[in-house]
Design a protein around this ligand. Structure first.
Ligand SMILES: [Zn+2]
Length: 442
C-alpha cells in the first residue's frame, strides 16, 4: 500500500522543498522529492499547504479532558488539592471518553505521536490503562502511554489524599503486566509503554528506585514531573534535603532513557547536567503560564545541547491540546524570559514540536520526513485568512498558530482530511465529554 503526499511547501526537518512530495509504503517513508512524483495507490494533493513531520506531544494527562476549567486562577498545589477528590471518582469509562476527546483534538491539530502520563488509578481501579490503549488504536494515533502512579498519600506526608493512591507492590506488578501486554519495541511501533511515577511529592523514593529498575529490566523509558514549581523545590529540600534534580540523580532517574515534564526551576549546573546526561525535557508553556509556574530555560537548555520537546500537559491546566499552539507559546515565552526576540525562532520551535519530542520519547523512527522513518505527516493551510500573504510560511504557522490541520497522516494512513476526523465523530465526542464532565462534577 503506497500513499503520496504532495504539498506547496514540504518541510522535512532538514530541508524546505517547494512543491515537494513524500511517498510512503506500508507505513514508512520510501521516497522524498520534488518535481514529477511517482505513482501511488492513494494521492493527497495539498498545493495550499505546508506539510511537515507530524507533531509530537511529549507530556499529557488525557483523563483531564473531563475536568477542564477547574480552579482557573490557582497555583499547582491549590489546583491539585481541588482536583484530587474529583479524580478519585474516575473509572475506566470516564478515562475512555476523556482520552477520546484529547486524542481527537490532538489529531485534528496535527499531532501524530503522543505520550499520556496516566497516574490516577484510585485504589487500583481496573481497566483504565487498557481503555487508553484501546482509544489510541480506535482513532489511529501513535501512542506512548505511561503507566504512572501515586503511592504517597496525605497520611504518609504526600500531597494527594489516600483515596487516589495505590499500594506500591500492586503498582509494580500492574506496570509489568501492561508492558507485557502493550509494549512493542519494533521500529514503527504504534504503542510503547513507559514507566512513570507521578512526582517527588506523590510517590516514595523506594517506588522511584524500583520503577527505574523495572523499566531498565524491560528496556522501556522513564518519565516523571520535575522542577515544575518552587513549592515542589521546597518540598524536596524539606523532606529529602535535596533539590529535585539532585534527588533524581540519587534515585537513578537520569540518562538518555529518562525525560522529565517541565524542568523549569533549574540552576546553571543543572541545565548543563541534564544536557550532559541526555535526559529529555518536555516543555509545556501554556500549562506553565496558566498555573503561573514559571518559564523553562529553553534557550539555555538548547544551547547546552539538551533534548527538549513540547507537551500540552493535561487539559485541566491548558484547556486545549494543540501542539502547534505550544510551539507558538514556546517561541513567545522564551523571548519574554530572555527579553530578546532572538531567544527562539520559528524553526527552532517547530524542531522542538517534532524531532525534539521524538527524542524525549526515544523514537529515532519519528520526528522527521526522511527515508525509512514513520510516515507521520501534518499538512497545515497557509492560504487561509490567518496566513495568506505571509512570505515565510514556516514562520507564519509559528507566529499565528493554526487552530486545526488540513490533513493528517499516521503510519501511512489518512486520519484527518479537510480538517475533519475520519476515525471518529467529532460532534459525538464533544457531546460525550460534556455529559461525562457534568456527571463527574456531580
Ligand atoms: Zn503534567
Amino acid at each position: 500500500m503506497t500513499l503520496l503526499v504532495r504539498a506547496g511547501l514540504l518541510v522535512t526537518g532538514s530541508q524546505e522543498i517547494e512543491n515537494g512530495w513524500v511517498l510512503s509504503r506500508d507505513g514508512f517513508i520510501a521516497e522524498v522529492g520534488s518535481g514529477p512524483p511517482p505513482p501511488a495507490d492513494e494521492v493527497v494533493n495539498e498545493p495550499n499547504c505546508l506539510a511537515m513531520p507530524g507533531l509530537v506531544n511529549a507530556h499529557d494527562h488525557m483523563y483531564q479532558w473531563a475536568t477542564r476549567g477547574y480552579v482557573p486562577d490557582g497555583t499547582l498545589f491549590e489546583w491539585l488539592r481541588a482536583l484530587y477528590p474529583v479524580w478519585a471518582r474516575m473509572d475506566a469509562e470516564t478515562v475512555r471518553v476523556a482520552a477520546r476527546a484529547a486524542m481527537a483534538r490532538l489529531l485534528l491539530c496535527g499531532c501524530t505521536l503522543s505520550t499520556d502520563h496516566h497516574y490516577v488509578f484510585p485504589n487500583g481501579r481496573p481497566g483504565i490503562f487498557e481503555a487508553l490503549a484501546d482509544v489510541a488504536r480506535e482513532l489511529g494515533l501513535r501512542f506512548q502511554p505511561c503507566r504512572g502512579s501515586m503511592s504517597l498519600g496525605e497520611s504518609k506526608g504526600g500531597l494527594p489524599p489516600d483515596s487516589v493512591v495505590e499500594d506500591e507492590d500492586a503498582i509494580l506488578a500492574h506496570t509489568e503486566e501492561m508492558i507485557g501486554r502493550f509494549h512493542d519495541p519494533k521500529p514503527g511501533a504504534m504503542c510503547r509503554v513507559v514507566v512513570a511515577p507521578c512526582s517527588p511529592f506523590s510517590v516514595t523514593p523506594e517506588l522511584m528506585r524500583d520503577s527505574a529498575a523495572l523499566a531498565r529490566k524491560h528496556g522501556v523509558r522513564l518519565h516523571t514531573h520535575l522542577a515544575e514549581t518552587l513549592d515542589e523545590e521546597r518540598f524536596c529540600i524539606e523532606k529529602f534535603g535535596r533539590r529535585p534534580v539532585e534527588l533524581m540523580e540519587d534515585l537513578g532517574w537520569t540518562g538518555d532513557d529518562v525525560w522529565y515534564a517541565h524542568g523549569i526551576h533549574l540552576n546553571d549546573a543543572e541545565v548543563d547536567r541534564i544536557a550532559e546526561l541526555k535526559t529529555g525535557i518536555a516543555h509545556c508553556p501554556s500549562s506553565n503560564m496558566r498555573l503561573g509556574a514559571g518559564a523553562c530555560r529553553v534557550e539555555d537548555l538548547l544551547r547546552a545541547g539538551a533534548r527538549v520537546g513540547l507537551g500540552v500537559d493535561g487539559s485541566a491546566s491548558n484547556e486545549d491540546s494543540n501542539i502547534a499552539r505550544e510551539a507558538h507559546q514556546a517561541l513567545l515565552l522564551a523571548r519574554v524570559r530572555a527579553t530578546s526576540p532572538t531567544a527562539l525562532d520559528a524553526r527552532g520551535a517547530w524542531r522542538m514540536a517534532t524531532r525534539g519530542g521524538a527524542e524525549c520519547l526515544g523514537r529515532d523512527d519519528c520526528g522527521s520526513l526522511e527515508i525509512g522513518k514513520c510516515a507521520d505527516i501534518a499538512c497545515f493551510r497557509v492560504d487561509d485568512l490567518a496566513h495568506a500573504g505571509i512570505d515565510d510560511r514556516v514562520a507564519a504557522l509559528a507566529l499565528a498558530p493554526p487552530s486545526r490541520a488540513q490533513t493528517v497522516i499516521v503510519n501511512g494512513r489518512v486520519v484527518v482530511r479537510d480538517g475533519r476526523l475520519l476515525t471518529g465523530d467529532e460532534d459525538q465526542i464533544a457531546r460525550d465529554i460534556a455529559a461525562t464532565s457534568a456527571r463527574l462534577a456531580g
